[in-house]
Design a protein around this ligand. Structure first.
Ligand code: ATP
Length: 255
């Protein structure tokens, strides 16, 4: 319904053999808020992102997106509903241009244009003009259109992160699960990334962000969940959660 929370995670567990990476997590994401997910190494943050985005199946628990049960849907079905996870640009994708990366992100969802992206690089057919328009708009939204023809491998760390974001924008996302936007990004570009994510949030894109750099989390997130050892320790505004003694202890104890 209309008042359903954007994303509701209830009692989610994910076990790998005897090891439980996520041990009963509840989250409630509210529309219009940038939510952060922090915690020490091995806390289970990436695993939780994988489970929410359909990359992996939860061992137990419920996940609802806009009021619908989504726990059993694969990644491409979730993306079609507007729930998209970003991925680092792999070495293979680095050989494609920025524009080709975006066309591929869309083709892998829709099946359109996939063959010609690879069979005839550099020669764009008329049928792809619509896809290119979507890509142009996605790149303009992150101020990367001027780099459309650049091989992705040539981009700086920060530009690669903007490319990851624009790949997600190809799928008309309602919620982007963002994995470490500041990792490998030069300090000057951090501000650009923060400003870009904030601007997109203002345009109606919601974010759940896993990030180790707490300055970036402080600058970006309206609400923060803290995980440790597979569980949520606490949640709240950044300033509140980082002064929580249990959070301080989790960071000091496990790092
Ligand atoms: P970091 O901040 O270091 O990325 P994280 O909070 O994202 O850590 P996860 O990567 O989710 O933590 O890992 C949580 C636990 O689950 C770790 O003990 C990890 O070794 C384990 N784990 C994650 N993925 C797998 C897997 N595919 N198979 C087995 N164990 C896994």
């Amino acid at each position: 319904g209309q008042d359903a929370p954007l994303l509701q995670v209830q009692g989610v567990r994910k076990a790998y053999g005897g090891l439980e990476a996520v041990s009963g997590v509840d989250l409630g994401l509210i529309e219009g808020r940038i939510t952060g997910l922090i915690g020490p190494n091995g806390a289970g943050k990436t695993t939780l992102l994988n489970v929410i985005s359909g990359v992996e199946r939860a061992t137990a628990g419920r996940i609802q997106f806009l009021g619908d049960e989504i726990g059993s849907l694969p990644q491409h079905r979730l993306a079609a509903r507007g729930l998209v996870r970003t991925f680092q640009i792999s070495r293979e994708l680095g050989q494609l241009t920025v524009l080709e990366n975006l066309l591929l992100a869309r083709a892998s969802q829709t099946g359109e244009g996939l063959i010609s992206v690879f069979a005839r690089p550099g020669r764009i057919r008329r049928e792809e003009e619509a896809a290119i328009e979507v890509a142009r708009s996605a790149l303009q939204r992150v101020n990367m259109w001027r780099l459309a023809d650049e091989p992705a491998a040539n981009l700086s760390g920060g530009q690669k992160k903007l490319l990851e974001l624009s790949r997600a924008l190809m799928l008309k996302p309602r919620l982007i699960l963002l994995d470490e936007p500041a990792a490998g990004v030069a300090p000057a570009m951090e501000e650009v990334l923060v400003a870009t994510i904030r601007r997109l949030a203002g345009e109606g894109v919601n974010f759940l962000i896993v990030e180790h750099d707490l300055d970036v989390v402080a600058a970006l997130c309206d609400h923060v969940y803290v995980m440790a050892a597979g569980k949520v320790l606490t949640e709240g505004p950044f300033a509140e959660v980082v002064s929580d003694a249990r959070v301080v202890e989790a960071y000091l104890g496990l790092k």
